[in-house]
Design a protein around this ligand. Structure first.
Ligand SMILES: [Zn+2]
Length: 218
């Protein structure tokens, strides 16, 4: 990852020192399993043919289960121009619109995002969809041919709704409809659990949400 960071950002490090951006993505899959398999292979990606392979800090399943695949201290490769400073959240589903209509998944997503915003002091305007990457003030890319590269997941219209949900969670606090639920360990599903951390939507996230005293405008 350090070699990638040097090629693309002029930073020879694999450490995610102070993340300033959260990028929301869509897996374009029906389940978590193929997503995990794809990331675990660590082979050059099909689009840009580079190493290291694509990865994600988090993947949220349709039932609201949050899987942490990569520690937050490590850079992940997921969004051209922003990997050096961004946390990736993947959502199982075929489109952002579909995820917006999957209540448990969306609730888990906004709770996790808000918790990350609080933990790393990330501003609301820097919670973006992958499709908004090119207009981020943190976007930087040394490879010319990639300077206008982005993907179609999480368009601005859907992210505006998503950001309003974040604000509503702060304003509504624990009355936001979120409730604690147990996470299922990946090992129980027969996956290599040693590679995967797990997390569930928690009262802690709701509590932290209520402590955010100022929501930036967007
Ligand atoms: Zn994406």
């Amino acid at each position: 990852m350090a070699a990638y960071a040097e090629r693309h950002y002029g930073l020879r490090t694999h450490v995610l020192e102070h993340p300033r951006v959260i990028v929301e993505h869509v897996t374009v899959s029906r389940t978590f399993h193929p997503v995990f398999s794809e990331f675990a292979r660590d082979v050059p990606d099909r689009e840009l043919h580079e190493l290291p392979g694509l990865c994600s800090h988090f993947v949220i399943d349709t039932d609201g289960t949050i899987y942490q695949l990569v520690p937050l201290c490590l850079v992940c490769r997921h969004t051209v121009g922003l990997n050096y400073t961004a946390i990736r959240i993947e959502h199982v589903g075929l489109s952002d619109r579909e995820i917006m209509h999957t209540p448990k998944e969306l609730a888990a997503s906004v709770a996790l995002t808000l918790w990350l915003m609080q933990r790393f002091d990330i501003q609301l305007r820097n919670v973006i969809g992958h499709n908004e990457s090119l207009t981020s003030p943190f976007h930087r890319e040394l490879v010319w041919r990639l300077r206008c590269q982005t993907h179609g997941d999480w368009i601005r219209a859907d992210m505006n709704i998503y950001r309003r949900r974040l604000v509503a969670l702060v304003v509504g606090g624990s009355s936001s409809g979120l409730s604690p639920r147990p996470a299922r360990a990946p090992a129980e599903r027969g996956w290599p659990g040693s590679r995967v951390g797990r997390w569930s939507t928690s009262t802690e996230a709701v509590k932290l949400a209520a402590e955010v005293d100022k929501v930036p405008t967007f």
